[in-house]
Design a protein around this ligand. Sequence first.
Ligand SMILES: *[C@@H]1O[C@H](CO)[C@@H](O)[C@H](O)[C@H]1NC(C)=O
Ligand SMILES: *[C@@H]1O[C@H](CO)[C@@H](O)[C@H](O)[C@H]1NC(C)=O
Ligand SMILES: *[C@@H]1O[C@H](CO)[C@@H](O)[C@H](O)[C@H]1NC(C)=O
Ligand SMILES: *[C@@H]1O[C@H](CO)[C@@H](O)[C@H](O)[C@H]1NC(C)=O
Ligand SMILES: *[C@@H]1O[C@H](CO)[C@@H](O)[C@H](O)[C@H]1NC(C)=O
Ligand SMILES: *[C@@H]1O[C@H](CO)[C@@H](O)[C@H](O)[C@H]1NC(C)=O
Length: 359
Amino acid sequence: MMDSHKQLFSLSCLPLLLLLLSGNMGMQLSEARLQRHEMNYYSPKTLFVFGDSYVDTGNYRINQAGSSWKNPYGETFPGKPAGRFSDGRVLTDYIAKYLGLKSPVPYKFRKVMQQHLKYGMNFAFGGTGVFDTSSKNPNMTIQIDFFKQLIKENVYTTSDLNNSVVYVSVAGNDYNFYLATNGSIEGFPAFIASVVNQTATNLLRIKSLGVRKIVVGGLQPLGCLPSSTATSSFQQCNSTSNDLVVLHNNLLNQAVTKLNQQTNKDNSTFIVLDLFDTFTSVLNHPSTNNIKDPLKPCCVGLSSQDFCGKVDENNVKQYKVCDSPKSAFFWDNLHPTQAGWEAVYKKLQKTSALHQIRY
Ligand SMILES: *[C@@H]1O[C@H](CO)[C@@H](O)[C@H](O)[C@H]1NC(C)=O
Ligand SMILES: *[C@@H]1O[C@H](CO)[C@@H](O)[C@H](O)[C@H]1NC(C)=O
Ligand SMILES: *[C@@H]1O[C@H](CO)[C@@H](O)[C@H](O)[C@H]1NC(C)=O
Ligand SMILES: *[C@@H]1O[C@H](CO)[C@@H](O)[C@H](O)[C@H]1NC(C)=O
Ligand SMILES: *[C@@H]1O[C@H](CO)[C@@H](O)[C@H](O)[C@H]1NC(C)=O
Ligand SMILES: *[C@@H]1O[C@H](CO)[C@@H](O)[C@H](O)[C@H]1NC(C)=O
């Protein structure tokens, strides 16, 4: 299926090495590593989240175009629409789980869920980018302003911040908007550089507020999302798009390396979570996670004008849902299912990526 794009789908060496070492030897290695770092083991108490629909757990407005508060979203978890762009849990929920924390409360609900504020807060809004997009929701700069205001109001103390992790999702809305407003393919590299530059500016600003660890998601293979693969009946990733994603990720890695060198002694404040290799690996080995037909979304519109969650004026569904969301990687045109996110999370646990957050 993806053979003609092999070079884009090769795993980086590290996960492969860990795969080869899995079993006893791998265990001993990681135990040794744990012991060596025991003194520096970091156990964060709060999680703050910025970004878009890959991590939004309810900030998106209920009556807004877009479907996260409509059926069949949320049907797996929590059992009804609850503002997540999936049938169930999303990446943030799994990152919180990894850290042993409750999933942080959406900014929108901060007043009604005060007892949960101590676990952190989720400032992410679906549809947004680091720059303005077609969405009227607050871009990342404004999301950080919200955070700054809460710090000013002493909702979070210096010590809370010093014991926190931040996750930043930049999952491609800037690029969708660029394409939708007739941006040229030739102009893409320069635009990518400006998106990465703005991302780095945001990371520095978050750090300056007193946060200890900042994790930024690498861009997932946009060319493998159903919105890109529909033209090939969900058989073939768009390699032009994925080449551009690789450029984004290379620039992001360089920017983060530079930020670490500029701001801290042990190069460990800023971390990139490699979602490109992770998505790719899961999509290339679907059966490992009991996923069938990996590029095909579970919930699709009946016609090309329709989309998951759409109903007509008589409230008749204009979409259909697959029999088993558990066996699908993608939920709708852009977003993984809970099973998809869980597979990504399991894969991330096998690499050093998540591990780095705690050291
Ligand atoms: C973010 O949104 C605000 C308000 O709409 C706007 O003034 C600002 O230019 C935007 N920031 C970026 C980096 O696009
Ligand atoms: C943050 O916590 C670390 C480790 O406990 C400590 O060394 C450092 O001084 C703290 N920084 C601030 C600003 O409290
Ligand atoms: C983009 O191009 C299409 C077709 O050329 C045109 O209809 C549309 O108005 C343009 N959109 C923008 C935002 O310039
Ligand atoms: C963004 O680009 C400008 C202009 O090239 C540069 O001065 C600035 O340092 C960059 N910001 C970051 C955070 O890399
Ligand atoms: C692949 O994506 C690019 C934009 O990133 C687009 O211009 C091109 O038409 C797409 N190719 C196919 C075969 O859909
Ligand atoms: C941090 O990065 C710099 C530059 O790459 C390197 O010289 C230094 O050894 C690194 N420090 C640690 C603790 O890894």
